[in-house]
Each structure stands twice: as C-alpha cells, then as structure tokens.
Ligand binder design. Sequence first.
Ligand code: AOF
Ligand code: ZN
Length: 358
Amino acid sequence: MDELHLHERYMRRCFDLARLGGGKVSPNPMVGAVLVGQDRILGEGYHRQYGEAHAEVQAVAAVPPSLRPLIPRSTLYISLEPCCVYGRTPPCTQMILREGIPRVVISTLDTSPEVNGKSVALLREQGVEVISGILEREGRELFAPRDRFARLQRPYITLKFARTEEGFLAPLPLARQPISSAAAQRLVHRWRGEHDSILIGYRTALTDDPLLTNRFFPGGRSPLRIVLDPELQLPAKLRVFQADDVPTWIVYESATAKPPEEKRPGLVYFRSAPGMQGVLDLLGELRNQKVSSLLVEGGAAVIRRFLEADLWDEARVLVGSAHFARGLPAPAIPSHPAAEYAFGADRILRYRHPAFER
Ligand code: AOF
Ligand code: ZN
C-alpha cells in the first residue's frame, strides 16, 4: 500500500473514533487519533466528553507499557491540528514533544483563532515532520460546528424539512399529512441528538405540536428546544411546554405580552428584537450559552428567514413518497445537493453552504 493510502486508512479510523464523541463534546470539536508504529496501531483515542482529555493524549495514554519504546519512531494521526494553548487541558503540542513523536499527520487545521496553524508551525520548528490535508474535506466537515462557533461566533446551523417529490411541504388546502416514512422520522431523532439545540416557529408549534425530543436513541440526549412565539400566544397545553428535564426557550418579541409568573423549571422566556435582528439576538445568546449547533426544523417561513439572511451551513431535505395535487411550495436551497441517498421509501438530499467549498 502506498503511503498516501496508508495515511488515508488511518485517518478514516481517526474519523470513526471522533464520531463516537458526537453529542458529548460541544462546543469542542469531535476529534479522533491513532498512534501507529511498525505498521500497527499502538494506541487509539477520541475526545469523549467536553472538558476531558484530548484525543491524541488518550491515544498515547492507551499504548501498553511493552510498546512504549516504539513511540519515538511512531506516527501520530489526528483528525485535527493539535492544540497549543492551555484551555481546559494542557497543550497537546507539549505532549507530542515530550513523548518524542517524530511525525504527525492531520486532516485539517483547527481554525479557532488561538490555534489556526500555530501548532503546525511550532511542531515543525521543533523538528517534528507534519503532514497536513489528508482527506481534508471530510475532516473539515467533522470540524465545521466548532469552526462556525469559534470563527463566526454563532452555532453551526442545519436546516431540515420534508417535501414531496413535486416540491410541496404540505397539501393545499392545508392539512396535517405525513410526508416521510416512520423510518425517516426516526432518523430525524438521531439528527436531533447530534445537535445542541433545535428551533421551530410559532405555526409549526401550533399545528404539529411536536415534543422535539430525541426519543428513539437510548442514552442520546435531547437538545435545547427553542420555540418562536412572537406574541406569546401559544397555548400552555402544547407538548413543547412539557417534559420537565428538557431545557426550553420561548423567544418572543412583544413589548406588552408578559411571560407567565409561574413556570416549570428549565423553561426560559427570551425577549428579542423583531424580525431578522431577533434571529441575530438569539444566535448571540446561544453563543453566550456555549450552544454550538442548531437544527432548524421549520416551518417554511422560519427556514426562509434563515436562508434569506444566509445564516445556514447545511440543509437536510427528506423527499417523501406522499403526493399532493396542490400544495405549499418548499423553500429553494441555493446550492446543489452534496449527497443524495435512499432511506427506506424516502430519499435524503444533503446540501452544504457554498462557502463550505472554499
Ligand atoms: C486537540 N485535540 O481532541 C480536541 C481539541 O477547551 P479545551 O481546553 O478542551 O480545548 C480547546 C481547544 O482544543 C480548541 O482549540 C479546540 O478546537 C481544541 N480541541 N484539540 O488537540 C482534541 N478536542
Ligand atoms: Zn489538545
């Protein structure tokens, strides 16, 4: 196997390990690492929990004592440029130098302003060989939530909706009719568990009455629920007002409407400016609370608002097998699908913001 393929093979392993931290590490990135010596894996690790040891530290710590003498001739594969700053943990560059690891292979740079290439330069100055850019597109995708959070100071935004093959969101005259299959709806629960927060608009809350939790994946967490209710008119019996253990924000605009005095714990009322400024206020508050990803589940008006403001990173569209003679048109995503695959009776289209390609 030539060297590039070898690098790619171990980098894929890093990606698989990194994903095991999904839903547990934000606002830190998912990162995986493997230490390789004499063509075998000496140790593996991934970032498991926010605030805990970084992936490469875990990989080196996992090397059994009998194999430690191989470390000064090994290669450390990491899905991300290692850190060089004191954060919640000491800098990984220090550990690499202390262990005498002569070669580091990474997929992509850590664009957090305090790192962003500094670790690569530091390691090279110290005589460590650094190879960068292995399977970079995939590496950047894995790192994207952290990138948006650190560089753009806002959560990574995923838009999600279901439409029919003809491009309708709902039948006309309006009626509640499922578009995607039960299997696809379960997949949406997984997506919920992968995000830190989830947002719906007033009309969706009222007509669909969703609970907005991740119920199908045991151990999977439920994201912070955010409901836009500009005039505070949503009835308290709706399901989003239930589920005591799930934090919920009700975002309103009205200066005259008053949030109820008595409310369940975890329910927070957040007053924002009207319209687009309100979305920016909300994103700023999410940033302050270290919420680094947001799944926007509709409805159409809310999705369009994010699209018009160019505030999105990814869109996931479920194309279901329902057919309506007349219907409400789905929002148009100004990009081509980056991936398309069948999921049971449905198709799933995944779009990436054009800036992602740069
Ligand atoms: C790594 N390996 O596994 C992860 C890294 O808040 P801290 O102290 O945990 O660290 C924050 C910095 O570390 C920040 O730049 C973030 O992108 C990076 N995460 N770095 O070397 C890892 N998770
Ligand atoms: Zn680190």
